[in-house]
Design a protein around this ligand. Structure first.
Ligand SMILES: Cc1ncc(COP(=O)(O)O)c(C=O)c1O
Length: 502
């Protein structure tokens, strides 16, 4: 039995406080660090072939080539790499990741990118076209998300969902410091809110207060009420949350925030460009946007279901005054007057141009149709999961669907799906799998292929419970190992492998 296995099994049921103490003690055991190092190295070696499929097959550069390579050769090599990777996402085997993926749409966005590749919104005087695109992206998104004529819903374009969330949390921190003198800020977020909120807490010195979810996987409003203190600067809810695709009780949570005069952020990174259309199509969509008076900020990702190229998102605020806390200005710098609305300085204006082009080329009717197709596919997929008695769907999701098993190791099912070509997400707490459906899954036959493969995968796991495979133990480890420091170390080493030149 490996050290990690041993730890996992022995310590699985011990309370967290005891474990934290144990973790410290373990580190103090002579030789333990070296044993853990060997264990990490062993696990990563097993993962390496999957992470580095091109090792030895293509030239690798750890320093600049002495003379420039021929452009045609570079393009040829990239085409080979691209060809190896394309089928998996194009043929609908991947959860999320590529949300549109239609060849004509991609070609169009690539043309837009090429036209604007030199643009940088930092130089608004040189590239006023990009500022026009960005202002309109923000306005169109605000309109979609319930901004009324009487509201002043404003925002900025960011590089992605994580940046939008980081920006909103920094904004609340700075607003609360100035307006209320809060120096030990706290944010209240359900355990299912995206990891970006934890990242914000780590980066900006906020205390993230986790609140639990209920059996329906939605945030517990009573727990949120109990968690509010004098230092609370914002409450967070998701529409929908990433793990199980369910929409938190945004109405109740945002009212709670309003009663206490604190901010409320709806994370609609996933749902911002789906839920408004789902509502129009008559699906049950609980209120989640600026139509609720307590919602003071939102994030919505153009680069997901907005069908833009990767690298843009929108963060919105109720009122310019709040947005001002996001902005950065430097008035004393020897480089002159400097200001930037988001974290980056220079930014890829071409991506904003592409996001704008995606939005106006698809239009209301296009988004409505895309949503209709995705939700109809989701209905088929949910039905096929419900037909497998060993599986259970968590909560009542619309199109990001998670499922678990009360009788099987769900990570073995995940592994069997991987063997059948699928790239799904492993979740934990509770252990589950999810698939975020995109337009890629709406092509004929894909929902049926998913259903057949899932049935086969479950049948295989039922017949071979001992066949753990390579990844299932890693997921199992991440899900169950209570020593979070050990898991965190492992993930850091994983990232080291990604940056290793073969
Ligand atoms: C609900 C939610 N919020 C935030 C994010 C973070 O978005 P990004 O990966 O673009 O930073 C995601 C990503 O999947 C998400 O699902």
């Amino acid at each position: 039995m490996s050290v990690v296995d041993f730890l996992m099994r022995a310590l699985n049921r011990v309370p967290p406080r005891v474990l934290q103490a144990a973790e410290k003690t373990l580190k103090a055991v002579p030789g333990m660090d070296a044993r853990m190092e060997r264990e990490y190295a062993h696990m990563l070696r097993e993962l390496e072939p999957a992470l580095k499929p091109y090792a030895h097959a293509f030239a690798a550069y750890a320093q600049l080539p002495p003379t420039g390579m021929d452009r045609a050769l570079i393009l040829d090599e990239m085409e080979q790499l691209n060809a190896r990777e394309r089928a998996k996402w194009q043929d609908g085997f991947v959860s999320g990741a590529v949300y549109h993926g239609d060849a004509a749409h991609i070609d169009f966005l690539n043309r837009v990118y090429a036209l604007n590749s030199q643009s940088n919104p930092l130089h608004a005087d040189v590239f006023p076209s990009t500022t026009k695109y960005e202002a309109e992206i923000v306005a169109m998104t605000a309109h979609l998300l319930g901004a009324q004529a009487s509201d002043e819903i404003v925002g900025t374009v960011s590089s992605g969902g994580t940046e939008s969330i980081l920006l909103a949390m920094k904004t609340y921190r700075d607003a609360a410091r100035e307006q209320k003198g809060i120096t030990a800020p706290e944010i209240i977020a359900p355990v299912t809110a995206h990891a970006a909120f934890d990242k914000a807490a780590q980066y900006f010195n906020l205390k993230r207060v986790h609140i639990p979810i209920r059996d329906d996987m939605r945030a517990d409003v009573d727990a949120a009420r109990r968690a509010i203190t004098r230092n609370t600067i914002a409450i967070v809810g998701s529409a929908p949350q990433f793990p199980h695709g369910v929409v938190d009780p945004i109405q109740e949570l945002s009212e709670l925030a309003r009663e206490h005069d604190i901010g409320f952020h709806t994370d609609a990174c996933l749902g911002g460009f789906v839920l408004p259309f789902a509502e129009k199509l008559g699906y049950p969509v609980p209120p989640f946007d600026f139509r609720l008076p307590g919602v003071t900020s939102m994030s919505a990702d153009t680069h997901k279901y907005g069908y833009a190229a990767k690298g843009t998102s929108v963060v919105l605020y109720r009122g310019r005054a709040l947005r001002h806390y996001q902005y950065y200005t430097a008035t004393d710098w020897s480089g002159g007057l400097y200001f930037s609305p988001t974290f980056a300085g220079s930014r890829p204006g071409a991506l904003s141009a592409a996001a704008w082009a995606a939005m106006v080329s698809i239009g209301e009717a296009g988004y409505l149709e895309a949503t209709r197709q995705i939700l109809e596919t989701a209905t088929k997929i949910k039905k096929s999961i419900r037909e497998i008695s060993a599986l259970r769907i968590l909560g009542e999701p619309l199109w990001v669907i998670s499922f678990t098993s009360d009788t099987l190791n769900i990570y073995q099912v995940l592994e069997q799906m991987t063997k059948r070509g699928w790239s799904l997400n492993g979740l934990h707490k509770p252990s589950a799998i999810h698939i975020a459906l995109t337009l890629r899954h709406t092509s004929p036959g894909i929902a049926e292929r998913f259903a057949n493969d899932l049935r086969d995968a479950v049948t295989y796991v039922q017949a071979h419970p001992q066949d753990k495979g390579a990844m299932a133990p890693v997921y199992g480890l991440a899900a169950n190992l209570p020593l979070r420091g050990v898991v965190s170390d492992l993930l850091k080493r994983y990232m080291d492998v990604l940056y290793q030149v073969d």
